[in-house]
Design a protein around this ligand. Structure first.
Ligand code: ADP
Ligand code: MG
Length: 404
């Protein structure tokens, strides 16, 4: 079914991903209603309509379902139940069945490994009904899982809800630190690299992948994405194929991101999947024929998918709230470069670690774009040098978290 321009589209969630979806929808002539409990959020403040209510509020769900032709979401922690209810009234993408897997690390890992995708060695950590027994069982975990990372199964993001666990004796304390919510314990791997692939898959099963992005994280938060990824052609091909297979196996309709770990021998492991456009795909706004957000609109409205080829290389750098410590950053450092695009999300309060915006450097080569991206980053950070520590390596990042 094709939903023609002019129709009202519904969006659950009101953050920056929703803002960029709303902009893409509006530029194709659609209108957007945002359901978001927060006032003045990035998406709600630019959409035609903002329903300010909880995602499970039945009156609000009824209203958005009755007034929108199709509904999507911009964050994986939207209650899957809300998507299920809405699907009885209108087109919904992605389906609640896909979102419920992606928003729960235990279901996600089990789904991936049951379907033949390689993942990091893991164990499920939860209090058994007979909770007295649980830790004796944990002491029988394979020693290979240590040092590991304990990740809470639900509601973690940007490295939150994760803690490093060096040995089995630390596990119980770390688990208590997660309020004994179900968790996944994952082996801490020596990563050669991290890459991700955004896939768009329509209701008719046609699917397309975006170029592979190479991602560098700082303190568990995406810092820089480099596209095309500086990995071998076989890794690129394997990542694109695996991402497509994940989407097919999930019978996914919408935009999905698959994050991978790359090991020293080139082996690819699926880290996690996000049932929505992804931070590592923001480069597509400025460098691809069709952005990941336009693709989300196209799938939702039953339009043909757009091309994903790139006009050139790109490097995306996230702008976190830390940069605002001394007031508004000096955007002159970014804007004076003709091939750099600045995106700010309109968030009213800057907090450390909060994603406030990003910039994308376009270049003929990845190296040229990366060099300029890092120069700009240094100029911005120098202005607020006290806010920044020297770039921590992953191990240090986890040490900091455990210490907190
Ligand atoms: P989030 O939901 O916060 O993105 P991730 O599981 O993707 O959680 O972890 C965030 C980052 O932490 C990863 O991109 C990676 O840099 C690092 N990380 C997570 N798990 C591991 C692991 N098992 N081994 C090494 N690094 C990891
Ligand atoms: Mg991640």
């Amino acid at each position: 079914m094709i939903i023609p321009p002019g129709a009202m589209l519904g969006l659950l969630g009101g953050g920056q991903l929703g803002r960029m979806f709303t902009m893409a929808a509006q530029s194709l002539g659609y209108r957007v209603t945002v359901l978001d409990p927060v006032e003045n959020g990035p998406a709600g403040s630019i959409a035609e309509r903002h329903l300010r209510a909880d995602y499970l509020d039945s009156a609000a769900l009824h209203e958005i379902g009755a007034t929108c032709a199709a509904i999507t979401t911009e964050f994986e922690n939207v209650p899957a139940e809300s998507l299920r209810i809405l699907a009885q009234h209108c087109v919904v993408s992605p389906a609640s069945s896909s979102v419920s897997i992606a928003q729960n690390r235990i279901l996600e890992k089990n789904f991936l490994s049951a379907n033949g995708f390689q993942v990091a060695p893991y164990a499920i950590i939860e209090d058994s009904r007979d909770s007295q027994n649980s830790h004796t069982e944990w002491f029988r975990l394979p020693p290979g899982l240590f040092p590991g990372i304990l990740k809470v199964s639900r509601l973690g993001y940007d490295g939150k809800g994760q803690v490093r666990v060096d040995e089995p004796t630390q596990l119980d304390r770390a688990f208590s630190g997660m309020n004994r919510e179900p968790c996944v314990l994952e082996q801490l791997l020596p990563l050669a690299n991290e890459v991700s692939v955004v896939v768009a898959r329509g209701f008719d099963g046609t699917a397309i992948t975006f170029p592979v992005s190479e991602n560098q994280h700082r303190k568990g938060i995406l810092d820089v994405s480099i596209v095309p990824a500086r990995v071998s052609p076989s890794i690129v091909q394997n990542a694109r194929e695996a991402a497509l297979r994940v989407a097919e196996t999930l019978e996914y309709h919408g935009v999905l991101c698959v994050e991978f770990f790359v090991l020293g021998d080139g082996q690819l492991l699926v880290n996690e999947i996000a049932p929505r456009p992804h931070n590592s795909g923001h480069y597509s706004i400025d460098t691809c024929v069709t952005s990941q957000f336009e693709q989300q609109v196209r799938v939702l409205c039953g339009l043909p998918l757009g091309g994903t080829s790139m006009h050139g290389a790109a490097v995306m750098v996230n702008l976190l709230g830390d940069l605002w410590q001394g007031g508004e950053p000096e955007w002159e450092h970014v804007l004076r470069h003709p091939h750099v695009k600045l995106h700010l999300y309109g968030k009213l309060a800057a907090r450390p670690g909060r994603k406030m915006g990003h910039y994308t450097v376009l270049g003929e080569t990845t190296e040229a774009a990366l060099q300029l991206a890092l120069e700009i980053k240094r100029s911005l950070e120098c202005a607020h040098s006290s806010a920044f520590e020297p770039g921590p390596c992953l191990q240090d990042a986890y040490r900091t978290k455990t210490d907190e």
